[in-house]
Design a protein around this ligand. Structure first.
Ligand code: SF4
Ligand code: SF4
Length: 469
């Protein structure tokens, strides 16, 4: 698959992107193209001749009454998204790092260097942040999200987590906000009071857990302890989000994981698969490519099995095609124990060499945050509007220019593999949605017919796709 679409400058300039798709129909890749218009939420399938016709019309900007001109009219989006004005005062997501110490030593831990640091976030600092964050004078939106996570293991700093959860819930109610609260734990520390607080404050627990006993014990340890604590949550009516980290050791076992969850953990409704960023283990482009290829091969089968079993199995890339965004994430306030604020919870320890580059604010003595607007703007401008590499990429308005934290971990040739993965994942997500259309079989016959030129236009606005022709 081509990395960019610069060989079709007319279409690409119009926001319409040809992507090889012959393999999907059992043909050579370049025998059929998916021509995708993310901003018009539409795609069609064309032969190479059909693609030439579309490109000719697009390149000459002619208003052609011919079929290619009519089709192109449907594909070209009316408007491009406007680049937002990034404002550090208007963010709606707060990540709280209460501590850095941890009772585990996971094989891939990106925060391992911080675990001997005994710093704690004082509740007085957290309270100041919550007073400012949950304030109707600050922003128009009434939807906020707070996540308590590591750093280290946040359950080891339960006092401040508990006080923060209860205060945030109380204040959000008083100020008229809808507030989601998450609490991500390694699942090793749980008691009745924690269960009570999580339930009473409508907190969604997320448990980092590899599901299969041998993999958990290889990568994280403590399988039985964590399993029993997940059972306790389920028995208590909580529905923990299970967050397995996917490495080379378990990437080919995703289906087995879903089978195991569905057979042994009734009540689990959501599983978020997290392909690891591990430049130590995945240290060459070839290894990273193989890992991502294996992930794609296994992910879609695991997801389909999950849907049949009532479990929503997903990963971040799997959500891409449901939304349009010019940036990978919306940015966040990540409050760390010394009161400083970074743009991403993955870079949250002052000993991290990237910390200075990710830090853009701090809570001042007056209890209000102050921001370095220049630093914030330069961090947020890592987006699909600015990045040259993204200008002709069909995944541009889904991937949003990629993850800044990932870019700080991998060197450029590894990031090329990340992009390759993103594009292939996006391509397969789109193709699978079309495959689920009622007339997918008709489409299969159509593109395989000699003389095939162009299919009907498919809408990509809804999860289940239908043609309009
Ligand atoms: S539980 Fe989390 S913070 Fe602790 S070692 Fe494992 S990955 Fe790192
Ligand atoms: S970062 Fe995303 S949008 Fe940019 S080139 Fe890579 S895959 Fe495409």
């Amino acid at each position: 698959m081509s990395a960019t679409n610069s060989i079709w400058p007319g279409l690409s300039r119009a926001g319409v992107y040809p992507v090889p798709a012959g393999d999907w129909f059992g043909l050579p890749g370049h025998a059929v193209f998916m021509v995708y218009s993310p901003l018009a939420y539409k795609l069609i399938f064309v032969s190479p001749d059909g693609l030439d016709s579309l490109e000719t019309v697009a390149l000459n900007r002619i208003h052609s009454p011919e079929p290619a001109g009519e089709v192109l009219k449907q594909l070209i989006p009316a408007t491009e998204p406007q680049k937002p004005v990034y404002d550090p005062n208007k963010i709606t997501k707060l990540s709280v790092i209460p501590n850095y110490d941890c009772n585990f030593s996971c094989s891939y831990c990106y925060a391992a260097g911080s675990h001997s640091d005994q710093s704690r976030l004082p509740f007085s600092v957290l309270k100041d942040m919550l007073d400012w964050f949950i304030d109707p004078q600050r922003l128009a939106s009434r939807d906020l999200f707070i996540s308590f996570l590591g750093g280290g293991e946040p359950a080891l700093a339960w006092d401040v987590v508990r006080a923060g959860i209860e205060y945030a819930r109380k204040r959000s109610r008083a100020k008229g906000f809808r507030l989601g609260i998450g609490f991500t734990t390694n699942g090793s520390v749980l008691n009745q009071q924690m269960l009570d607080v999580l339930k009473a404050s409508f907190v969604t627990p997320g448990v980092s857990f590899e599901v299969l006993e041998d993999v958990q014990n290889l990568q994280r340890g403590n399988y039985r302890l964590v399993r029993e604590n997940i059972f306790r949550m389920l028995d208590y009516g909580l529905h923990p989000l299970i967050k397995p980290n996917i490495t080379s050791a378990n990437v080919s076992r995703l289906v087995e994981m879903v089978e195991h969850l569905s057979g042994h953990f009734p009540g689990v409704r959501q599983v978020k698969l997290q392909p690891v960023d591990d430049p130590q283990q995945l240290d060459t482009p070839e290894k990273l490519r193989k890992f991502y290829n294996d992930f794609i091969d296994n992910y879609f089968r695991a997801r389909e099995l999950g849907l049949k079993s009532g479990i929503d199995v997903y990963c971040l890339n799997g959500l891409f095609t449901d939304a349009i965004s010019g940036r990978f994430c919306e940015g966040e306030y990540c409050l760390v124990p010394d009161g400083r604020i970074t743009v991403c919870h993955r870079v949250s320890w002052p000993g991290d060499p990237d910390f200075g580059g990710f830090c853009y604010g701090r809570l001042s003595a007056n209890g209000k945050p102050s921001f370095d607007e220049t630093a914030f703007s330069s961090l947020m401008n890592y987006d699909a509007f600015n990045r040259e590499a993204c200008q002709n990429c069909f995944a541009r308005w889904h991937c949003g220019g990629g993850c800044l934290a990932q870019a700080s971990v991998y060197r450029p040739e590894m990031l090329d593999e990340v992009c390759r993965f993103t594009r292939e994942f996006t391509r397969q997500s789109l193709l699978r949605k079309v495959k689920s259309a009622a007339d997918a079989e008709k489409l299969q016959c159509l593109v395989q017919q000699p003389g095939f030129w162009m299919s009907g236009v498919f809408s990509t606005a809804a999860p289940a796709y239908e043609t309009n022709q």
